[in-house]
Each structure stands twice: as C-alpha cells, then as structure tokens.
Design a protein around this ligand. Structure first.
Ligand SMILES: [Zn+2]
Length: 260
C-alpha cells in the first residue's frame, strides 16, 4: 500500500477537499474534470497504463490543464497512490468507446492509471496497491467485479492498455475482476453435435459480455485476448468462441434500459 506523506497529501482541493477518499492515497487535484452527466453514479472501473517513463511525468500530464486528461487515481510502480479527481466527479480518461452499449464511459466509471511503460512487467507494489484501492472502490459504489475492465475493452482498435502483460487472473482471484472457469474454452466450440460456430457467434458473445462490436473483428479479438487469452495469436479460433460464449453466460453485461 502507498506510503502516506501528510505534507504532500494535504493540499487545498479544487473540489473543496483536502484529503483523498481512499485511505493511503495522496490528494493531488487535477483541473480536468466535470460533473457526471445525468447525475449518474459510477458503476464500472476502467484500468489504464500511462505509457510514460515515470509516475511523476504522468502526474504532471494528468494535472496539466493544457492536455485536458485526467483519471481519478494514479498508482506509481513503487506503490504510491495519488487521487486527482473526486469519485463523485467525471474524470477525463476513457474517451471514445463504449461498454454494454454505454457510450459516455467517463460519466459511468472511475478511472485508474497504472505507472507502466507498456513494455515492462507491472510491479508488485503497484499491483498490491491496486488490489487495496479496487476493493475500496467496488465496496463504496457496490460495483460488481465483472465491471472492472481495461481501456482496450471499451475502445478496441483505438486503445491497447493495460495490455497483455497485465495480470487479470490475479485480480479475479481476489474477487476484483471476472475470469472464466478453469476448463472453459479448452475444448473448442461446444459439443460435437452442435453446428460449427464462426466469427458472428464470437462477436455476438462479445457483445453480450459488453464489448462494442461495430468495428473490425480483429480489433475486438485483440481486446478480448488481451484480457482472457494473452498468449493466443492468429484468426478467431474455436477456443476463442467457446470462451466468449462461456463468459457471456457467466457475466452478461446488463445496462439499464435507455442508458446512454
Ligand atoms: Zn488508457
């Protein structure tokens, strides 16, 4: 967990706050935020990596009004956690994309940036801090573990973070993300008597999980594999289809009717 530095943590917040909502985090406010549109409450979490050399550089970028980007939290590779936007407010981290048919992901989510350059393993102190932070967020807002997603999940083809090095299974073991049962997808596409399944079946299952499927199939496949089959390559396989169908049955997304 992050080391608390009282001197750095007690800064006058632009939202009228001076301490972070999550225990152990440092309040370091960003000017880049607004109200959640329609007054909605957060019901999902989006994980990112910074693709920058250091947490300090990322913190400066996320708090620079010129860039108009932010997130609620940034976790450094040494386990330090900064909060930049109140969980009640809408941080600017998700951009174009959707999940479960919801296009304004920023209004519906809490964004967490992870200090990682996209090529290196995620550090143990960072992952440990993330687990504590996520447990608190899910508890505070009654968010189910299946609604913790990656940036690439909601923006296939446009975003690739947190990437194939991120350990989703570890989060799932702690009840902080969803994961298939051990044997799901291993045997290929269903029982022998079932008709052969194909790409449309894969996309249909992905849509039921929450993925936007209006773009290229290969982009959806990349995003799906970055989460659930990190070693897989090549075109859509029976194992991809079987796994997507399994996940769609276990963790179907359930957007509220009429929600944008
Ligand atoms: Zn991102």
């Amino acid at each position: 967990m992050a080391t608390v530095s009282p001197a750095a943590g007690i800064r006058a917040g632009i939202a009228g706050r001076s301490v972070a909502e999550a225990p152990g985090c440092l309040w370091h406010p960003s000017p880049s935020f607004g109200a959640r549109r329609g007054g909605v409450r957060p019901d999902m979490v989006v994980l990112h990596y910074t693709a920058m050399e250091s947490a300090g550089s990322a913190l400066a970028r996320l708090c620079d009004p010129e860039f108009e980007v932010s997130a609620h939290y940034l976790i450094g590779r040494d386990g330090t956690c900064w909060q930049m936007v109140s969980e009640a407010d809408r941080a600017w981290h998700a951009g174009t994309g959707s999940w479960g048919g919801r296009a304004d992901v920023n209004s519906h989510s809490i964004g967490v940036e992870l200090d990682n350059d996209g090529c290196s393993p995620f550090s143990e102190p960072l992952l440990s801090c993330l687990e504590t932070l996520l447990a608190g967020i899910l508890s505070r807002h009654a968010i189910p573990a299946s609604r913790v997603i990656g940036h690439s999940d909601m923006a296939p083809g446009r975003k690739i973070d947190p990437g194939r090095r991120f350990d989703w299974q570890r989060l799932a073991r702690r009840g902080l993300a969803c994961w298939p049962e051990a044997s799901a997808g291993d045997e290929g596409a269903g029982a022998p008597e079932e008709p052969a399944l194909s790409e449309p079946d894969f996309l249909h299952a992905c849509r039921q999980i929450g993925y936007p499927t209006d773009g290229a199939t290969l982009d959806v496949l990349d995003a799906f594999r970055a989460r659930f089959r990190q070693q897989a390559t090549g075109p859509v396989s029976p194992a991809d289809i079987a796994l997507a169908r399994h996940l769609a049955t276990r963790f179907p997304v359930d957007p509220s009717p009429g929600d944008a």
